[in-house]
Design a protein. Structure first.
Length: 399
Protein backbone atom coordinates (compact mmCIF):
# COMPACT_ATOMS: atom_id res chain seq x y z
CA UNK A 1 0.00 0.00 0.00
CA UNK A 2 1.33 3.44 -0.92
CA UNK A 3 0.43 7.06 -0.19
CA UNK A 4 1.15 10.37 -1.93
CA UNK A 5 3.11 12.89 0.22
CA UNK A 6 2.49 16.66 0.55
CA UNK A 7 5.32 19.08 1.32
CA UNK A 8 3.04 21.59 3.06
CA UNK A 9 2.28 19.06 5.81
CA UNK A 10 4.75 19.31 8.70
CA UNK A 11 4.05 15.76 9.85
CA UNK A 12 4.66 14.41 6.35
CA UNK A 13 8.00 16.19 6.02
CA UNK A 14 9.02 14.76 9.37
CA UNK A 15 8.15 11.23 8.29
CA UNK A 16 9.62 11.69 4.83
CA UNK A 17 13.06 12.62 6.16
CA UNK A 18 13.06 10.15 9.02
CA UNK A 19 13.24 12.99 11.58
CA UNK A 20 12.57 12.15 15.20
CA UNK A 21 11.46 15.64 16.23
CA UNK A 22 9.08 18.26 14.94
CA UNK A 23 11.85 20.85 15.16
CA UNK A 24 13.93 18.92 12.60
CA UNK A 25 10.94 18.91 10.31
CA UNK A 26 10.55 22.66 10.66
CA UNK A 27 14.19 23.01 9.64
CA UNK A 28 13.41 21.65 6.18
CA UNK A 29 9.82 22.73 5.77
CA UNK A 30 10.63 26.07 4.16
CA UNK A 31 13.00 24.38 1.68
CA UNK A 32 10.43 21.83 0.62
CA UNK A 33 7.65 24.40 0.45
CA UNK A 34 9.66 26.67 -1.85
CA UNK A 35 9.73 24.01 -4.54
CA UNK A 36 6.51 22.04 -4.10
CA UNK A 37 3.54 24.32 -3.48
CA UNK A 38 2.35 24.33 -7.09
CA UNK A 39 2.30 22.19 -10.19
CA UNK A 40 4.61 24.63 -11.96
CA UNK A 41 7.19 24.06 -9.24
CA UNK A 42 7.06 20.33 -9.95
CA UNK A 43 7.73 20.95 -13.62
CA UNK A 44 10.45 23.41 -12.67
CA UNK A 45 12.45 20.72 -10.88
CA UNK A 46 11.75 18.04 -13.45
CA UNK A 47 9.79 15.76 -11.08
CA UNK A 48 7.96 13.16 -13.10
CA UNK A 49 5.03 11.58 -11.20
CA UNK A 50 4.25 12.34 -7.52
CA UNK A 51 6.66 10.59 -5.16
CA UNK A 52 5.27 7.35 -3.73
CA UNK A 53 6.49 5.81 -0.47
CA UNK A 54 5.35 2.72 1.43
CA UNK A 55 2.91 3.52 4.23
CA UNK A 56 4.99 1.48 6.69
CA UNK A 57 7.82 3.99 6.34
CA UNK A 58 5.58 6.86 7.49
CA UNK A 59 4.59 6.06 11.09
CA UNK A 60 3.76 9.68 11.98
CA UNK A 61 1.70 10.50 8.88
CA UNK A 62 -2.05 10.49 8.52
CA UNK A 63 -3.43 8.41 5.66
CA UNK A 64 -5.28 11.37 4.15
CA UNK A 65 -2.09 13.39 3.56
CA UNK A 66 -1.10 14.11 0.00
CA UNK A 67 2.15 15.71 -1.10
CA UNK A 68 4.47 16.58 -3.88
CA UNK A 69 8.13 16.78 -2.81
CA UNK A 70 11.05 17.38 -5.23
CA UNK A 71 13.71 14.73 -4.82
CA UNK A 72 16.72 17.08 -4.92
CA UNK A 73 15.16 19.27 -2.22
CA UNK A 74 14.50 16.21 -0.05
CA UNK A 75 18.08 15.02 -0.35
CA UNK A 76 19.60 18.44 0.36
CA UNK A 77 17.37 19.03 3.36
CA UNK A 78 18.00 15.53 4.69
CA UNK A 79 21.76 16.06 4.49
CA UNK A 80 21.49 19.37 6.38
CA UNK A 81 19.35 17.93 9.13
CA UNK A 82 21.47 14.83 9.71
CA UNK A 83 24.69 16.86 9.66
CA UNK A 84 23.19 19.31 12.15
CA UNK A 85 22.18 16.50 14.48
CA UNK A 86 25.79 15.27 14.39
CA UNK A 87 27.06 18.81 15.13
CA UNK A 88 29.23 18.93 11.99
CA UNK A 89 27.19 21.30 9.85
CA UNK A 90 28.36 24.76 8.84
CA UNK A 91 25.67 27.29 8.08
CA UNK A 92 25.77 28.18 4.42
CA UNK A 93 24.19 27.41 1.08
CA UNK A 94 26.13 26.34 -1.97
CA UNK A 95 24.90 28.24 -5.00
CA UNK A 96 25.50 25.13 -7.08
CA UNK A 97 22.73 23.35 -5.17
CA UNK A 98 20.18 25.98 -6.18
CA UNK A 99 18.64 25.29 -9.63
CA UNK A 100 18.96 28.16 -12.09
CA UNK A 101 17.08 26.70 -15.07
CA UNK A 102 13.80 24.90 -15.54
CA UNK A 103 13.24 21.52 -17.21
CA UNK A 104 13.33 23.10 -20.64
CA UNK A 105 16.64 24.83 -19.97
CA UNK A 106 15.13 28.29 -19.68
CA UNK A 107 16.81 30.44 -16.99
CA UNK A 108 14.89 31.21 -13.80
CA UNK A 109 14.21 34.76 -12.73
CA UNK A 110 16.40 36.39 -10.08
CA UNK A 111 13.49 36.59 -7.66
CA UNK A 112 12.78 32.86 -7.96
CA UNK A 113 16.45 31.98 -7.33
CA UNK A 114 16.58 34.42 -4.41
CA UNK A 115 13.53 32.83 -2.79
CA UNK A 116 14.98 29.33 -3.10
CA UNK A 117 18.33 30.44 -1.66
CA UNK A 118 16.69 32.29 1.23
CA UNK A 119 14.56 29.26 2.12
CA UNK A 120 17.62 27.02 2.04
CA UNK A 121 19.59 29.38 4.31
CA UNK A 122 16.77 29.52 6.88
CA UNK A 123 16.53 25.74 6.92
CA UNK A 124 20.30 25.41 7.35
CA UNK A 125 20.39 27.81 10.31
CA UNK A 126 17.53 26.05 12.05
CA UNK A 127 19.11 22.67 11.47
CA UNK A 128 22.47 23.83 12.88
CA UNK A 129 20.80 25.30 15.96
CA UNK A 130 18.91 22.07 16.51
CA UNK A 131 22.06 19.98 16.20
CA UNK A 132 24.21 22.13 18.50
CA UNK A 133 21.64 22.32 21.29
CA UNK A 134 20.84 18.61 21.06
CA UNK A 135 24.50 17.71 21.61
CA UNK A 136 24.88 20.07 24.56
CA UNK A 137 27.18 22.40 22.64
CA UNK A 138 27.11 26.15 22.49
CA UNK A 139 24.88 27.91 20.03
CA UNK A 140 26.72 29.40 17.04
CA UNK A 141 27.11 33.16 16.82
CA UNK A 142 24.60 33.38 13.98
CA UNK A 143 21.98 31.62 16.06
CA UNK A 144 22.72 33.82 19.05
CA UNK A 145 22.14 36.89 16.94
CA UNK A 146 18.71 35.57 16.03
CA UNK A 147 17.68 35.44 19.68
CA UNK A 148 18.45 31.91 20.83
CA UNK A 149 17.03 31.18 24.27
CA UNK A 150 20.38 30.00 25.57
CA UNK A 151 22.00 33.40 24.95
CA UNK A 152 20.07 34.92 27.86
CA UNK A 153 21.55 32.38 30.27
CA UNK A 154 24.95 34.03 29.88
CA UNK A 155 23.79 37.18 31.72
CA UNK A 156 25.67 38.08 34.91
CA UNK A 157 23.90 37.98 38.26
CA UNK A 158 21.59 40.97 38.60
CA UNK A 159 22.14 43.56 41.33
CA UNK A 160 18.39 43.83 41.91
CA UNK A 161 15.61 41.46 42.90
CA UNK A 162 11.92 41.11 43.73
CA UNK A 163 10.78 39.18 46.81
CA UNK A 164 7.31 38.06 47.84
CA UNK A 165 7.37 37.76 51.63
CA UNK A 166 4.24 35.59 51.67
CA UNK A 167 2.50 35.24 55.02
CA UNK A 168 4.08 37.52 57.63
CA UNK A 169 4.27 35.93 61.09
CA UNK A 170 5.41 37.13 64.50
CA UNK A 171 8.44 34.85 64.26
CA UNK A 172 10.02 37.01 61.54
CA UNK A 173 13.34 38.57 62.51
CA UNK A 174 13.13 42.33 61.92
CA UNK A 175 15.79 43.52 64.36
CA UNK A 176 18.47 43.74 61.67
CA UNK A 177 16.33 46.05 59.51
CA UNK A 178 16.90 49.78 59.82
CA UNK A 179 14.14 51.80 58.16
CA UNK A 180 14.47 55.37 56.96
CA UNK A 181 11.60 57.74 57.66
CA UNK A 182 10.12 59.01 54.43
CA UNK A 183 9.49 62.51 55.79
CA UNK A 184 13.24 62.94 56.45
CA UNK A 185 14.37 61.97 52.94
CA UNK A 186 15.86 64.95 51.16
CA UNK A 187 16.16 66.98 54.38
CA UNK A 188 19.23 67.82 56.51
CA UNK A 189 17.97 65.45 59.20
CA UNK A 190 17.69 62.49 56.84
CA UNK A 191 20.17 60.22 55.06
CA UNK A 192 22.49 61.91 52.59
CA UNK A 193 22.28 61.50 48.84
CA UNK A 194 24.17 58.43 47.61
CA UNK A 195 23.48 56.31 50.69
CA UNK A 196 21.37 53.16 50.75
CA UNK A 197 17.91 53.54 52.28
CA UNK A 198 15.14 51.12 53.22
CA UNK A 199 11.56 52.37 53.40
CA UNK A 200 8.23 50.66 53.95
CA UNK A 201 4.89 52.05 52.88
CA UNK A 202 1.80 51.63 50.76
CA UNK A 203 1.98 51.72 47.00
CA UNK A 204 0.09 54.91 46.16
CA UNK A 205 0.79 54.94 42.43
CA UNK A 206 2.47 52.71 39.85
CA UNK A 207 3.51 53.42 36.26
CA UNK A 208 5.33 50.84 34.14
CA UNK A 209 6.14 52.20 30.69
CA UNK A 210 8.41 50.37 28.29
CA UNK A 211 11.77 49.85 29.97
CA UNK A 212 11.06 51.85 33.14
CA UNK A 213 8.91 51.69 36.27
CA UNK A 214 7.91 54.49 38.64
CA UNK A 215 6.52 53.71 42.11
CA UNK A 216 5.17 56.23 44.63
CA UNK A 217 5.22 55.06 48.26
CA UNK A 218 3.02 56.68 50.91
CA UNK A 219 3.52 56.60 54.68
CA UNK A 220 1.26 58.05 57.37
CA UNK A 221 -1.10 59.22 54.60
CA UNK A 222 0.93 62.42 54.23
CA UNK A 223 4.48 61.72 53.03
CA UNK A 224 5.32 60.20 49.66
CA UNK A 225 8.54 59.36 47.83
CA UNK A 226 9.20 58.11 44.32
CA UNK A 227 11.18 54.94 43.54
CA UNK A 228 12.39 54.17 40.01
CA UNK A 229 13.71 51.17 38.10
CA UNK A 230 15.17 51.16 34.59
CA UNK A 231 16.07 48.27 32.32
CA UNK A 232 19.74 47.28 32.52
CA UNK A 233 21.62 46.70 29.27
CA UNK A 234 23.85 44.08 30.90
CA UNK A 235 20.89 41.98 32.10
CA UNK A 236 17.99 42.53 29.67
CA UNK A 237 16.21 39.26 30.42
CA UNK A 238 16.35 39.69 34.20
CA UNK A 239 15.36 43.34 33.85
CA UNK A 240 12.29 42.31 31.90
CA UNK A 241 11.36 39.82 34.62
CA UNK A 242 11.77 42.54 37.25
CA UNK A 243 9.54 44.92 35.30
CA UNK A 244 6.89 42.22 34.97
CA UNK A 245 6.95 41.64 38.74
CA UNK A 246 6.59 45.36 39.43
CA UNK A 247 3.79 45.62 36.89
CA UNK A 248 1.86 42.96 38.80
CA UNK A 249 1.76 45.00 42.03
CA UNK A 250 -1.57 46.47 43.10
CA UNK A 251 -2.08 49.91 44.60
CA UNK A 252 -2.40 50.12 48.40
CA UNK A 253 -0.19 47.04 48.80
CA UNK A 254 2.41 47.25 51.57
CA UNK A 255 5.91 46.98 50.13
CA UNK A 256 9.51 47.55 51.16
CA UNK A 257 11.91 49.31 48.81
CA UNK A 258 15.67 49.27 49.17
CA UNK A 259 17.93 51.35 46.97
CA UNK A 260 20.24 54.29 46.53
CA UNK A 261 18.98 57.78 47.35
CA UNK A 262 19.53 60.10 44.40
CA UNK A 263 18.85 63.72 43.63
CA UNK A 264 15.83 64.30 41.41
CA UNK A 265 13.04 66.75 40.72
CA UNK A 266 9.74 64.98 41.42
CA UNK A 267 6.42 66.81 41.23
CA UNK A 268 4.23 63.85 42.17
CA UNK A 269 5.68 63.25 45.67
CA UNK A 270 6.03 65.24 48.87
CA UNK A 271 9.77 64.50 48.91
CA UNK A 272 10.31 66.40 45.67
CA UNK A 273 14.12 66.65 45.67
CA UNK A 274 15.09 62.98 45.87
CA UNK A 275 14.11 59.56 44.56
CA UNK A 276 15.15 55.96 45.24
CA UNK A 277 16.96 53.89 42.60
CA UNK A 278 15.51 50.43 43.27
CA UNK A 279 17.79 47.52 44.07
CA UNK A 280 15.21 45.41 45.93
CA UNK A 281 11.42 45.36 46.25
CA UNK A 282 9.71 43.11 48.78
CA UNK A 283 5.96 42.57 48.77
CA UNK A 284 4.78 42.44 52.40
CA UNK A 285 1.00 42.45 52.02
CA UNK A 286 -0.80 42.49 48.68
CA UNK A 287 -3.99 44.51 48.31
CA UNK A 288 -7.01 43.37 46.34
CA UNK A 289 -6.76 44.04 42.60
CA UNK A 290 -9.88 46.22 42.73
CA UNK A 291 -10.78 48.35 45.75
CA UNK A 292 -14.28 49.73 46.49
CA UNK A 293 -12.99 53.17 45.50
CA UNK A 294 -9.71 54.91 44.80
CA UNK A 295 -7.94 57.15 47.29
CA UNK A 296 -7.55 59.75 44.56
CA UNK A 297 -11.32 59.87 44.00
CA UNK A 298 -12.04 60.16 47.72
CA UNK A 299 -9.53 63.01 48.09
CA UNK A 300 -11.25 65.29 45.57
CA UNK A 301 -13.35 68.18 46.80
CA UNK A 302 -17.03 68.55 45.99
CA UNK A 303 -16.22 71.61 43.88
CA UNK A 304 -13.88 69.58 41.67
CA UNK A 305 -16.47 66.83 41.24
CA UNK A 306 -19.19 69.35 40.35
CA UNK A 307 -16.95 71.06 37.80
CA UNK A 308 -16.04 67.74 36.17
CA UNK A 309 -19.69 66.95 35.43
CA UNK A 310 -19.58 69.57 32.69
CA UNK A 311 -16.79 67.69 30.90
CA UNK A 312 -16.71 64.49 28.85
CA UNK A 313 -15.10 62.53 31.70
CA UNK A 314 -16.71 63.43 35.03
CA UNK A 315 -15.14 62.26 38.29
CA UNK A 316 -17.03 59.62 40.31
CA UNK A 317 -19.07 60.93 43.21
CA UNK A 318 -18.63 58.86 46.38
CA UNK A 319 -21.61 58.61 48.71
CA UNK A 320 -21.43 58.65 52.49
CA UNK A 321 -22.62 55.05 52.78
CA UNK A 322 -19.80 53.86 50.54
CA UNK A 323 -17.24 55.77 52.57
CA UNK A 324 -18.53 54.54 55.95
CA UNK A 325 -18.82 50.93 54.78
CA UNK A 326 -15.15 51.11 53.79
CA UNK A 327 -13.87 53.37 56.54
CA UNK A 328 -10.48 51.69 56.55
CA UNK A 329 -9.87 53.10 53.07
CA UNK A 330 -11.51 56.46 53.72
CA UNK A 331 -9.17 57.16 56.64
CA UNK A 332 -6.19 56.94 54.27
CA UNK A 333 -7.37 60.09 52.52
CA UNK A 334 -4.99 62.87 53.63
CA UNK A 335 -7.80 65.20 54.76
CA UNK A 336 -9.57 62.56 56.85
CA UNK A 337 -6.30 61.32 58.29
CA UNK A 338 -5.41 64.88 59.26
CA UNK A 339 -8.64 65.14 61.28
CA UNK A 340 -7.60 62.11 63.32
CA UNK A 341 -4.16 63.60 63.83
CA UNK A 342 -5.63 66.87 65.14
CA UNK A 343 -7.88 64.94 67.52
CA UNK A 344 -4.98 62.85 68.78
CA UNK A 345 -2.75 65.89 69.28
CA UNK A 346 -5.49 67.78 71.14
CA UNK A 347 -6.12 64.91 73.56
CA UNK A 348 -2.38 64.53 74.07
CA UNK A 349 -2.02 68.22 74.98
CA UNK A 350 -4.87 67.97 77.51
CA UNK A 351 -3.24 64.94 79.11
CA UNK A 352 0.13 66.66 79.29
CA UNK A 353 -1.37 69.80 80.87
CA UNK A 354 -3.32 67.84 83.50
CA UNK A 355 -0.42 65.48 84.21
CA UNK A 356 1.84 68.51 84.79
CA UNK A 357 -0.57 69.61 87.54
CA UNK A 358 -0.54 66.24 89.28
CA UNK A 359 -3.75 64.74 87.89
CA UNK A 360 -4.05 60.97 87.43
CA UNK A 361 -5.88 59.50 84.46
CA UNK A 362 -8.53 56.94 85.44
CA UNK A 363 -10.76 54.68 83.40
CA UNK A 364 -14.02 54.57 85.35
CA UNK A 365 -17.26 52.73 84.61
CA UNK A 366 -19.71 54.68 82.47
CA UNK A 367 -23.09 55.84 83.81
CA UNK A 368 -26.06 55.75 81.44
CA UNK A 369 -29.42 57.49 81.85
CA UNK A 370 -32.48 55.28 82.27
CA UNK A 371 -32.57 51.53 82.67
CA UNK A 372 -29.90 49.24 81.31
CA UNK A 373 -30.65 46.48 78.85
CA UNK A 374 -31.40 43.17 80.53
CA UNK A 375 -32.77 44.48 83.82
CA UNK A 376 -31.88 42.20 86.76
CA UNK A 377 -28.73 42.68 88.83
CA UNK A 378 -27.92 46.12 87.43
CA UNK A 379 -26.38 48.82 89.63
CA UNK A 380 -28.81 51.76 89.77
CA UNK A 381 -28.34 55.21 91.21
CA UNK A 382 -29.90 58.64 91.20
CA UNK A 383 -28.21 61.25 89.04
CA UNK A 384 -29.64 64.65 90.03
CA UNK A 385 -33.16 63.32 90.13
CA UNK A 386 -32.77 61.15 87.02
CA UNK A 387 -32.33 57.37 87.23
CA UNK A 388 -28.99 56.11 85.96
CA UNK A 389 -27.16 52.80 85.83
CA UNK A 390 -23.78 51.35 85.00
CA UNK A 391 -23.26 50.35 81.39
CA UNK A 392 -23.46 46.58 80.89
CA UNK A 393 -22.66 46.40 77.16
CA UNK A 394 -21.68 48.66 74.26
CA UNK A 395 -25.10 48.18 72.65
CA UNK A 396 -26.38 51.68 73.46
CA UNK A 397 -23.21 53.26 72.06
CA UNK A 398 -23.59 51.27 68.86
CA UNK A 399 -27.20 52.41 68.53
Amino acid sequence: MVVVLAAHSLMVVSALLGCTSMRSARAVQSVARAASTSTSALRLHGLRPPLLLPLASLPHMQRSAAVYAPVRVQRAALAWVRAAEEGSVVVGVNDADIPTVDENGAPLSKSAIKKLKKAAMIAAKKAQKKGSTANGGEAPPAAAADGVDGAADAEPAAAYRFINAGVTQSTADLEHLVYSRVKTLGTPDGPHVGSEVLVRGRLANLRVQGNSAFLVLRTNALYTVQAVFFKHKETPRQSKMMLNELKGLTTESVIEVRGELREASVLSASQSTVEIAISEVQLISAAAPKLPFEIEDAARSEADVDASELTDRPFPRLGQDLRLNNRWIDLRVPANNAIMRVQSSTCSLFREALAAQGFIELHTPKLLPGESEGGAGVFRTDYFGTPACLAQSPQLYKQ
